[in-house]
Design a protein around this ligand. Structure first.
Ligand code: TNX
Length: 506
């Protein structure tokens, strides 16, 4: 009993005494006293970007209604390129009369500012003295949104980018093409939007919804201001129904619901089309990565590929069988992406396609095929982890839920929080190749913004912590204790969320 109390006093209570911050920083030392955010604050930068952030912080504190007290004090933001902090790292030193934010990268200083904003908000203008030294566990901290199956639009995307920034998530993977709809204007191929953008998962006749190139630029810039990279996905050779029904001359054929599912893999026009579309995509997205899908093609299982012309092609090119054909397609696509100066990302099916590991990054999604993850690493690929369990957001998060996927289990917030520890033994020898992780929201069963929020939150908060916080600073029960602060914040933003503390109520 005495031991237990001593343990509590020594370890648990001091940790609980930390003020809530999402994600939990790598290191926090508590100090004495607190800083009050008041009307007479001096907020200053050391020039350039730091000044810009300082001005932004001033406005954000005001908007959050945080300056009601007359208290004064100084907040100083310093971008110091020679202080040699890791990329995205920052320190935040809070004393009763002053706060100092320091970083050697713009992203780091931005995260220091976001951390301070959270502390002010959750402390209602009262920030307790402490010293935070923080840096991310992974460089890729992503969220994927499928806007082909259902379209949510610019304002919703911006709202999510704001929340991602607050959580220090830094990649928005935008799944813009799939079966029901093509969602990005391509000037050279207008039918992609006049025809390809018509319909969604529930209603094949729903009016066309898509982003114009101007809107794409606006969102990419909005994200960049928040240190979020936008990575577009143009899914191929499968999940290409919207393209192929608009331009049937490059369709791989098929029947019934599989009609137009794939590109025609044997026509040069297909690759010319892909190259031309990618020229416009590359011009819109500064990201060094382009995602080209590669999932669920199974050319080999699809009866229409008994087509004699295709069989002849397989023979002529010495591809062996339909799987060889699929891999040929991926290699061609990889060459096109590389010719545009970009690195391709593909779903884990493409591990065997023979694309050189310096040209491709693998997204591991099939949680039941752990050997795919291991094989990708052994073959020298860099990997982003988004295993269906626990990182697919279209899986339910509570046993009582009816709408959403269940596959030998589901994805409660705690499982997400604990990731990647359960599989860390598989990646331990390849740490440099693991770029990070991502939460992926497929939207076949997500038809409106309310449902989107519900599937995303609060799980996205746990994702941020899995991606940012070092394993030794993670503690699920402490996370759950502070989570209500974030839930309240979501409520204030008008975001609908699942409440894990009262699961039957929402
Ligand atoms: C598989 S994940 C797909 C998606 C579906 C998702 C539903 C992946 C690479 N392909 O097309 O939307 O499952 O969970």
């Amino acid at each position: 009993m005495i031991y237990l109390s001593a343990l509590l006093l020594l370890f648990v209570l001091p940790m609980m005494a930390q003020q809530p911050l999402f994600p939990t920083p790598a290191k926090v030392q508590n100090g004495k006293g607190s800083f009050t955010i008041g009307k007479n604050l001096q907020i200053q930068g050391n020039g350039g970007y730091a000044d810009k952030l300082a001005a932004g912080l001033q406005t954000e504190l005001k908007e959050a209604g945080m300056q009601s007290s007359p208290a004064s004090g100084t907040i100083r933001l310093e971008l110091n390129n020679d202080c040699k902090m890791a990329d995205e790292a920052y320190t935040l030193v809070i004393e009763p009369n002053s706060i100092l934010l320091q970083a050697s990268s713009e992203a780091g200083l931005f995260y220091a500012k976001e951390a301070l904003l959270q502390l002010s908000r959750f402390g209602k203008g009262n920030v307790r003295a402490c010293k935070i030294q923080d840096q991310p566990r992974y460089g890729w901290r992503g969220f994927m949104l499928d806007e082909s199956r259902h379209f949510f639009g610019k304002e919703k995307v911006k709202q999510y980018l704001d929340i991602m920034a607050s959580l220090r998530l830094n990649v928005f993977h935008w799944h813009l093409t799939d079966e029901p709809g093509w969602r990005i204007e391509i000037k050279r191929y207008p039918k992609l939007t006049t025809e390809g953008a018509v319909g969604n998962w529930h209603d094949p006749k729903a009016p066309a919804t898509f982003y114009t190139q101007e809107e794409i630029k606006e969102i990419v810039a909005y994200a960049a201001d928040r240190h979020i990279m936008v990575v577009p996905e143009f899914d191929m050779p499968g999940h290409a129904t919207a393209v192929c029904r608009s331009y049937p001359e490059i369709s791989g054929g098929g029947e019934g619901k599989w009609q137009h599912f794939t590109f025609h893999p044997c026509k040069e026009e297909t690759f010319e089309f892909i190259s031309n579309v990618l020229d416009e995509i590359v011009a819109l997205f500064p990201s060094p990565y382009i995602h080209i899908g590669g999932d669920e093609v199974h050319y080999g299982n699809q009866s229409w590929f008994t087509d004699p012309e295709i069989q002849q092609f397989i023979k002529d090119k010495n591809l062996g069988n339909e799987t060889g054909l699929e891999q040929y397609f991926i290699r061609r696509a990889a060459d096109i992406v590389a010719s545009k100066g970009k690195t391709m990302i593909g779903w884990d099916e493409m591990i065997d396609a023979g694309v050189s590991p310096d040209k491709a990054v693998i997204m591991w999604w099939r949680h039941d095929r752990k050997h795919q993850l291991v094989k990708a690493l052994e073959n020298g690929y860099r990997v982003i982890m988004t295993p269906r369990r626990p990182l697919y957001a279209d899986f339910i998060q509570y046993g009582g839920h009816k709408v959403g996927r269940v596959w030998g289990g589901f994805n409660p917030v705690e499982d997400i929080y604990r990731f990647p520890e359960p599989i860390i033994h598989l990646t331990r020898d390849y740490e440099d190749q693991v770029m990070g992780l991502q939460f992926s929201l497929w939207t076949e069963r997500v038809a409106d913004a309310k449902r989107l929020d519900y599937m995303t939150f609060p799980r996205l908060v746990a994702v941020a912590e899995s991606a940012w916080t070092p394993a030794k600073s993670k503690e699920c029960s402490l996370f759950m204790q502070k989570l209500p602060y974030f839930l309240q914040f979501l409520g204030e933003k008008g975001i609908y969320y699942f409440n894990p503390f009262n699961p039957e109520s929402t």
